[in-house]
Design a protein around this ligand. Structure first.
Ligand SMILES: Cc1cc2nc3c(=O)[nH]c(=O)nc-3n(C[C@H](O)[C@H](O)[C@H](O)COP(=O)(O)OP(=O)(O)OC[C@H]3O[C@@H](n4cnc5c(N)ncnc54)[C@H](O)[C@@H]3O)c2cc1C
Length: 545
């Protein structure tokens, strides 16, 4: 039973993640508008919380994380997949890998073609640019002066060597994968400011905290949206063991992320009616699409042991203390990076109209414990790792409530590699990567392949490797998808308003109808920028009138 009622707010935003922090900033630009931001977690703490190279350590921090896991995945031999999601100010941008890649322009043109006017490339590019402070400066594709700093590593990190091998294998290099040449190898863009992680909290929320029209509640778990008839009027939340209601005079805005927003809709009676009744939740709006259409980027790890002495001293892991010092004192050096030398976007099938594979080429092993071995006193690994992301996925997953208790994690199933086309893509990608790492000058550096492994030779062997080790890139979207009036699985319309009710929007990664071919932090921020203009009643940018 709710005890306290907090009134006087125009908007209540649930979730201070990538999207929620942008919303809190933009909506409080109107001084007469009062906003409450509810966040289930708190503030990230720890000596290395802003050190880019420390991100694997923070991914594993249980107190900053919802620590979800999937149901047994039927096409991965019944394996459960780990699902880290940020819980606290900044949301997943507080623990993510900081890679900045928006996806291909055609991805957004596809959204528009699916009945979403204004969400084509021309309608989203101005919002990517708006938040951006790019190392490339202001140009046709990039913004300068925005809150989100985008940089590339200043250290070489084998960039030249990987680039040369890429070219030798017949793949291009590009000077800007967000520009005219979206395919090819380029230094990895990162959301980093002055050597420190540029989470959405740091970029967007902190500057807004001093505004008197913004109130923020930490460790406040939203339990359900409160309605008067079909109109959303507030949010019931749990904080310090007490249930309270925060009233919203204008709108409730869900920015709880791909799992949080869909869960909250269902807890509020908005979702597939039969499934809600199963949990004794009275349906308010029967929206069959809530929790459906879960799309991810399947992920694999590939790695090579490096010949002794092959790494230049710059990359030697036993020099970690020096890198820590350089980072702490000057915000520079290897530890001011996320360890990624570059991103390579390729088409694994030349008939495709855009890349379907992203290789994040690390100047070291990608797994958390290995990256941190110097500080944990482990043996230097001397490996070259590559994060292999399949940036197109044909298989679709779904999520459901586990129970009507908001503290229970949802049930999540990705159905990774259900579709044969996803498996074929993975095999093509691994072969392309082997080809590149088998070329000079990388060939001269590499001693042996450790993943998939030299003995994993045939297509059948590679398929077995994929099913045994396949995971996710953490780019889930789509559970509250945006869609046109004729799409019965659409949860929100093109103005991000939840169908069948009033004064309720979802503004975060969950509304993406499909996953863009890049990383999803930038698109979540873009959606919040555009959504904020819609909520504020401003003309949206970049859309021909
Ligand atoms: C480990 C990891 C690595 C990643 N690496 C990259 C990368 O390198 N580059 C990239 O672009 N993207 C990356 N991503 C993805 C990217 O960070 C996310 O897609 C993006 O942050 C999603 O933004 P969002 O606003 O939709 O949700 P989130 O940022 O997840 O925010 C949701 C917020 O809502 C809060 N919340 C949820 N439910 C409730 C509730 N009931 N009550 C109150 N609060 C609630 C959560 O605690 C959270 O703070 C990564 C993600 C992860 C997890």
């Amino acid at each position: 039973m709710a005890k306290t009622v907090n009134g006087g707010f125009d908007y209540v935003i649930v979730g201070a993640g990538s999207a929620g922090c942008v919303l809190a900033n933009r909506l409080t630009l109107d001084r007469e508008v009062k906003v409450l931001l509810l966040e289930a977690g708190g503030t990230a703490t720890g000596l290395f919380k802003d050190m880019p190279m420390a991100f694997p350590k923070y991914v594993l921090r249980r107190d900053l994380n919802w620590n979800f896991e999937s149901e047994p995945e039927p096409y991965l031999g019944g394996r459960k997949v780990e699902i880290p999601r940020g819980k606290g100010f900044g949301g997943s941008s507080m623990i993510n890998g900081m890679v900045y890649a928006r996806g291909h322009r055609l991805d957004y043109d596809d959204w528009e073609r699916r009945g979403l006017p204004g969400w084509g490339y021309a309608g989203v590019l101005p919002y990517f640019k708006k938040s951006e402070n790019s190392w490339l400066g202001e140009n046709r594709y990039h913004g300068a002066g925005g809150e989100l700093d985008i940089v590339v590593p200043a250290t070489n990190m084998l960039y030249e060597e990987i680039r040369a091998a890429t070219l030798a294998a017949g793949y291009p290099a590009t000077s800007d994968y967000h520009g005219d040449e979206s395919e090819g190898f380029q230094r990895s863009e990162m959301t980093v400011r002055r050597g420190r992680r540029a989470s959405a909290a740091r970029a967007f929320l902190q500057p807004a905290l001093r505004r008197r029209n913004l109130a923020v509640h930490a460790r406040a778990l939203a339990c359900r949206v409160v309605f008067d008839g079909l109109r959303a009027t507030g949010v019931e939340y749990l904080k310090d063991g007490r249930r309270s209601v925060a009233r919203a005079d204008r709108e409730v805005i869900l920015a709880g992320g791909v799992y949080g927003s869909a869960q909250l809709l269902m807890l509020s009676g908005i979702g597939p009616a039969r499934s809600l009744e199963h949990h004794v939740i009275k349906p308010l709006a029967d929206l069959p699409g809530v929790g459906q259409n879960l799309v991810e980027h399947p992920f694999l790890f590939a790695g090579w042991n490096v010949r002794p002495g092959a790494f230049s001293s710059e990359l030697r892991a036993d020099r970690a203390a020096r890198w820590v010092l350089q980072w702490a004192l000057r915000g520079k050096g290897l530890f001011a990076t996320n360890g990624a030398a570059g991103n390579l976007f390729i088409r694994t099938d030349k008939a495709l109209d855009r890349p379907d594979m992203q290789f994040t080429c690390m100047a070291g092993e990608v797994s958390a414990r290995e990256l941190w071995f110097p500080l944990f006193g482990k043996r230097p690994a001397h490996t070259l790792g590559v994060g292999v992301s399949m940036i197109k996925q044909d298989s679709r997953g779904e999520m459901w409530l586990r129970s009507a208790d908001p503290r229970d994690p949802p049930r999540i199933q990705f159905n990774l590699f259900k579709e044969r086309s996803d498996m074929d893509r993975a095999i093509r990608g691994l072969k392309a990567l082997r080809d590149i790492y088998g070329r000079e000058p990388l060939r001269g550096l590499v001693a042996e392949e450790i993943a998939p492994g030299g003995n994993v030779a045939s297509d059948a062997d590679l398929e077995q490797f994929v099913r045994a080790t396949g995971a996710i890139t953490q780019h889930a979207v789509g559970t509250c998808k945006m869609g046109g009036a004729r799409d019965e699985f659409a949860v929100v319309d093109e103005a991000l308003k939840v169908r069948g009710v009033e004064a309720l929007r979802v503004v975060d990664a969950s509304v993406m109808p499909d996953v863009p071919g890049g990383n999803t932090n930038a698109p979540a921020i873009m959606i919040a920028e555009k959504g904020a203009d819609m909520i504020r009643g401003r003309a949206t940018l970049g859309v021909a009138g």
